[in-house]
Design a protein around this ligand. Structure first.
Ligand code: ZN
Length: 188
């Protein structure tokens, strides 16, 4: 089954104080009380969640209903990390690689990503012969790197973007701004 998740992550290597961040997000009603989901701690959406995400379509598919009553695709929030090393998160929606040097478009990119996840193998561009780190690539919000993530489950790709207020709250928890991207695929 495909899960649709909006991920938020600090743009630098910096990590937030997670307990303080949770308190801040509760304060602005982005998250509500915790519950167990697949034996992990998740949070129910706060009452103001719909104001902290700007939905781009006219009728969002997101469900704020009770877990179990509205199917699996309901909105809930999970804190993922912190990790010692940078993680690369990419799902089925990841866009083809494009070489930042020569613009070569790689259509068979999944094995390259798997190799990078396994042992940080650089991508050798067959066109310009440069060795490229995946961190140098632009993923167009279809994948991302980070050591800490907030996962907003139940948000479809490009369906909603974080509001300025949410991004400001996140930025206040670190010295750097936060980025976001979308994931579609198996639960993780
Ligand atoms: Zn190239």
């Amino acid at each position: 089954m495909n899960n649709n998740i909006l991920l938020l992550t600090p743009s630098s290597n910096e990590l937030p104080d997670v307990n303080n961040l949770k308190a801040q997000l509760k304060e602005i009603d982005f998250i509500a009380e915790p519950f167990q989901f697949d034996s992990k701690e998740h949070f129910k959406p706060g009452e103001e969640l719909m104001f902290h995400l700007t939905f781009l379509g006219c009728s969002p598919v997101v469900s704020l209903g009770e877990p179990g009553k509205t199917g699996k695709e309901f909105c809930h929030i999970e804190f993922y990390g912190p990790f010692d090393e940078k993680q690369f998160i990419s799902g089925k929606n990841v866009k083809p690689l494009r070489c930042p040097v020569c613009g070569h478009r790689e259509t068979n990119w999944q094995p390259i990503i798997e190799a990078w996840k396994r042992d940080r193998t650089l991508w050798h561009c067959p066109s310009c012969e440069n060795d490229i780190s995946l961190e140098q690539l632009r993923w167009n919000k279809s994948a991302g790197f980070g050591r800490f993530f907030i996962k907003v489950w139940g948000i479809f790709e490009n369906e909603a973007v974080p509001s300025d207020k949410l991004l400001a709250t996140l930025k206040a928890s670190t010295e750097s701004k936060w980025d976001y991207f979308y994931y579609r695929g198996d639960a993780f």
